[in-house]
Design a protein around this ligand. Structure first.
Ligand code: CTP
Length: 399
C-alpha cells in the first residue's frame, strides 16, 4: 500500500469531481481517507466515496461508533498529506481563523503535515479581499494553495474560481509526497538574518526573510529527514515537525550550530549571517549625543568556514553566496576558502532572485569543479535540487 492521504471535501459544486480524484489516488496505490462536510453530502454521496476509497467516510464528530472523540487525531496521525478539494470560501474562512466546528476543520487543526487547499468558487467570491486575505494567511502558515483554473463556472460566470482538474490535483499530491530518500538523515539548516544589537532598541541586520532556508527545512522534512532549523528572526512561519532553535546574533547562531554539527549528516547554511557586530553593546539606550558619528564594529566569526575546517569527509556541507558583481569568480573563491561541498550562488541583483521573494535563480557549484546553472524556480524547487545533489554526494563518499 502506498501513502495514506486525507481528502477533505467541502460543499461546492466541484465536489462532483472528488470521486475522480479518489479513483486516481487509489489506482496509484494510495490509501485514501475521506472527510466530508455536511454541505458536501448535498453534492456527492458518502457511499460513492466509501466505495471508491475502500474506507469509511468521516462526516461528523459525534456520529462515529468507534472512538468518536479521537477520530480526528487518528486521521491526522494515519495520513502523510491532506488535500481539500473543493475548498469553499466558508471552509477557507474557518481554517484561516482557527474555527474547528466540524470533523474536517477539527482534523486539520490537529494536522501538522503538508496540506494542499484547492479553492473553488464563483469568480467574485474568489476575488473578494476577505477570501484573498484568508488565503494569504493560510499561505503564511505553510498551507499550500492550488491556483484555481479560469473558465466557465457552474454559476454561469466566467473567470477564476474553477477547481483544478482531478488529474492536476493528483499530480500535485504525488509531487508533494515525493520520495522519502532522506529517511534517517539528520539535516541541520540555518536561515534568516542575524541581528547585532547596539543597545536595547537598535541593531544591525540585513534583508533576509529566511524563505530559502525554511524551504530547505520543509522539503528535507517532507523527504523524511530529521530536521533542525537554527534561525535568526524569520518573516515566514516555520514548518511543523521541524526542530526549531531561534537565535538572534551571529555568536548565538555559531554556538547552537557547533553544538549540533557533529551529529548532522548534512548542513545547509542558508542564513545571512552579519559579518560584523557593534564592538560595544550598551545596556541602556544610547542618547544620540553620545552615539557620535561612528560605530566601532568587530568581525563575527565565519560559521561556515569554521564548519568547513572541522567537517568529516562524509558530512556534506552546503554554503550560500550572495553576490551582486563578479558573482561566479567570487563564489569559486568562497567554495575553496570555506571548504564546502556545494556552494549555492545567488546573484541577488537579478529579478526573481535573492531576498524576500518566493523564487530564486541559483548556480550550484561543486567541490569537483562542476557547475549547474538552474533557471528561475520556486525556492522549494531550488531546495529539492540542492537536497538531491547533496544526497548524491553523500552516497558517493559512502561507497
Ligand atoms: N556565513 C557564515 N558566517 C558569517 C558570514 C557568512 O556562516 N559570519 C555563511 C553564510 O551562511 C553563507 C555563506 O557564509 O552560507 C556566504 O555568505 P556571504 O555573505 O555571501 O559571504 P561572506 O563570506 O560573508 O563574504 P562577503 O560578505 O565578503 O561577500
Amino acid at each position: 500500500m502506498g501513502a495514506s492521504v486525507l481528502l477533505g471535501i467541502t460543499g461546492g459544486i466541484a465536489a462532483y469531481k472528488a470521486p475522480l480524484l479518489v479513483r486516481l489516488m487509489v489506482k496509484a496505490g494510495m490509501n485514501v481517507h475521506v472527510v466530508m462536510t455536511r454541505a458536501a453530502t448535498e453534492f456527492v454521496t458518502p457511499m460513492t466515496l466509501a466505495t471508491l476509497s475502500g474506507n469509511s467516510v468521516s462526516l461528523d464528530m459525534w456520529g462515529e461508533r468507534d472512538h468518536p472523540a479521537v477520530k480526528h487525531i487518528s486521521l491526522a496521525d494515519a495520513t502523510r498529506i491532506a488535500v481539500v478539494a473543493p475548498a469553499t470560501a466558508n471552509f477557507i474562512g474557518k481554517l484561516a481563523n482557527g474555527i474547528a466546528d466540524d470533523m474536517l476543520t477539527t482534523t486539520l487543526m490537529a494536522y501538522n503535515k503538508p496540506t494542499i487547499i484547492c479553492p473553488s468558487m464563483n469568480v467574485n467570491m474568489y476575488q473578494n479581499p476577505i477570501l484573498q486575505a484568508n488565503l494569504q494567511k493560510l499561505n503564511l502558515f505553510g498551507y499550500q494553495m492550488m491556483i484555481p483554473d479560469s473558465g466557465e463556472l457552474a454559476c454561469g460566470w466566467t473567470g477564476e474560481g474553477r477547481m483544478p482538474e482531478p488529474e492536476a490535483i493528483f499530480r500535485e499530491v504525488e509531487r508533494r509526497l515525493g520520495p522519502r530518500d532522506l529517511d534517517g538523515l539528520r539535516v541541520l539548516v540555518t536561515a534568516g538574518p542575524t541581528e547585532e544589537p547596539l543597545d536595547p532598541v537598535r541593531f544591525l541586520t540585513n534583508r533576509s526573510s529566511g524563505r530559502m532556508g525554511v524551504a530547505i527545512a520543509k522539503r528535507a522534512l517532507a523527504r523524511g529527514a530529521d530536521v533542525t532549523l537554527i534561525s535568526g528572526p524569520l518573516k515566514v512561519a516555520t514548518p511543523h515537525g521541524v526542530n526549531h532553535i531561534p537565535v538572534r546574533t551571529a555568536l548565538e547562531m555559531m554556538e547552537k550550530v557547533l553544538e549540533r554539527f557533529h551529529e548532522s549528516d548534512l548542513v545547509v547554511k542558508a542564513a545571512a549571517v552579519a559579518d560584523f557586530r557593534p564592538e560595544i553593546v550598551h545596556e541602556e539606550k544610547i542618547k544620540k549625543e553620545e552615539l557620535g558619528a561612528t560605530i566601532n564594529l568587530v568581525r563575527n566569526p565565519d560559521i561556515l568556514a569554521t564548519l568547513g575546517s572541522r567537517k568529516w569527509p562524509d558530512q556534506i556541507l552546503v554554503g550560500f553566496a550572495a553576490e551582486t558583481s563578479n558573482a561566479i569568480q567570487n563564489a569559486r573563491i568562497k567554495l575553496k576558502n570555506k571548504n564546502v561541498d556545494i556552494l549555492v550562488l545567488n546573484d541577488v541583483s537579478k529579478t526573481g532572485a535573492g531576498f524576500d521573494c518566493e523564487t530564486n535563480i541559483v548556480r550550484l557549484m561543486f567541490r569537483s569543479g562542476d557547475e549547474e546553472q538552474l533557471s528561475l524556480m520556486s525556492k522549494e524547487d531550488v531546495a529539492d535540487k540542492i537536497l538531491s545533489r547533496a544526497l548524491d554526494l553523500r552516497r558517493r563518499v559512502n561507497h
